[in-house]
Design a protein around this ligand. Structure first.
Ligand SMILES: [Mn+2]
Length: 317
């Protein structure tokens, strides 16, 4: 039998180091010389290591050691992207991500963890910038939110080797282009790291989980059959129930074409871990909202199944 790489794809951690260590232990990883490792397998992190949870730097340390010593790979989440933009200055000396109350609240747990230690803050954020935006591994694709080949075809050439951002690219990636202007790396990052969204029909709006008003809704990009708002919207049930049964715009429709499994996180799933389709699996089951920290243990199968999921909850296996 040909040797197949074994990957354990691990969902959004958001500062929950105890759950991460419990999950790694459950997957037969062991800590040796300060680094978690498995003798045969590689862990793959989908991003969103930070914000919200109680052990920000502990999570970064665990993952970074694994990556640097070759026991794991990791892609960038929107929270790492925002952390870079928070402390990167534009040509006028203003931060690329505005230091507003809302943005500060979202980043508070991480900022508290690096408070008083600007060198550590810089070191961690510099490492975030080395994380690839997506990974094409031996047999699987991995990205934080949405594998969008259209944007990859358009913008991959501009990225640093390994699909990485640079300080120069951050200027473009973090700044919204003028309305009606040509799309930039900003638009691609929005989709890759935050997901494909559709504007709601005129007059519709809702409040998100943090109470912020939204007029756009995330769509189930992995489901090519979902073309009407109530089918496509990733939204709480009571809001979905009142969405009009009209088609989402063409630009918000997308079909995942690569014939290999794709793993992602980001979507705050709840309940028992299950795949989206035999080619698509979300590994974010909301550990930061009393949910589960989830891994999909991939052994080379071309069709994913719910049997692949392993998880911990509240640090318990
Ligand atoms: Mn995310």
């Amino acid at each position: 039998m040909a040797e197949v790489a074994g990957y354990d794809v691990i969902g959004d951690i958001h500062g929950h180091a105890d759950e991460l260590e419990a999950l790694l232990r459950k997957l037969d990883y062991r800590k040796q010389g300060g680094t978690w490792r498995h003798p045969e397998r590689t862990a793959v992190f989908v991003g969103d290591l930070i914000d919200r949870g109680p052990k920000q730097l502990e999570v970064v340390d665990i993952v970074r050691r694994m990556v640097e010593e070759g026991h794991a790979k990791a892609t960038m989440g929107n929270h790492e992207f925002n952390a870079i933009a928070w402390r990167t200055l534009d040509e006028h000396g203003s931060p690329l991500r505005e230091h507003s109350k809302k943005n500060e609240d979202q980043h508070a747990a991480f900022l508290a963890a690096v408070d008083g230690n600007p060198e550590l803050h810089k070191d961690v954020v510099d490492w975030f910038l080395t994380l690839p935006l997506w990974l094409e591994l031996d047999g699987i694709n991995v990205i934080h939110a949405c594998w969008h080949t259209g944007y990859m075809d358009r913008f991959a050439d501009r990225l640093a080797p390994g699909n990485r951002l640079t300080p120069e690219l951050m200027n473009e990636a973090a700044r919204k282009p003028a309305p009606g202007g040509e799309e930039t790396l900003f638009n691609a990052i929005e989709v890759w790291l935050k997901g494909l969204e559709a504007p709601l029909p005129v007059g519709e709006k809702f409040n998100d989980k943090d109470g912020h008003p939204r007029t756009e809704v995330r769509v189930r990009w992995w489901d090519e059959g979902a073309t009407l708002y109530p089918e496509a919207a990733m939204i709480e049930e009571h809001i979905r129930a009142r969405l009009p049964a009209v088609e989402i715009p063409e630009a918000a429709r997308y079909r995942y074409e690569p014939q290999r499994p794709v793993f992602f996180g980001h979507y705050w799933m709840s309940g028992h871990p299950s795949i989206q389709s035999t080619l698509a699996a979300c590994t974010d089951f909301s550990v930061a909202k009393q949910g589960k920290l989830v891994a999909y243990r991939w052994n080379g199968e071309q069709k994913l199944s719910n049997e692949g999921f392993h998880y911990v909850q509240d640090g318990r296996t």
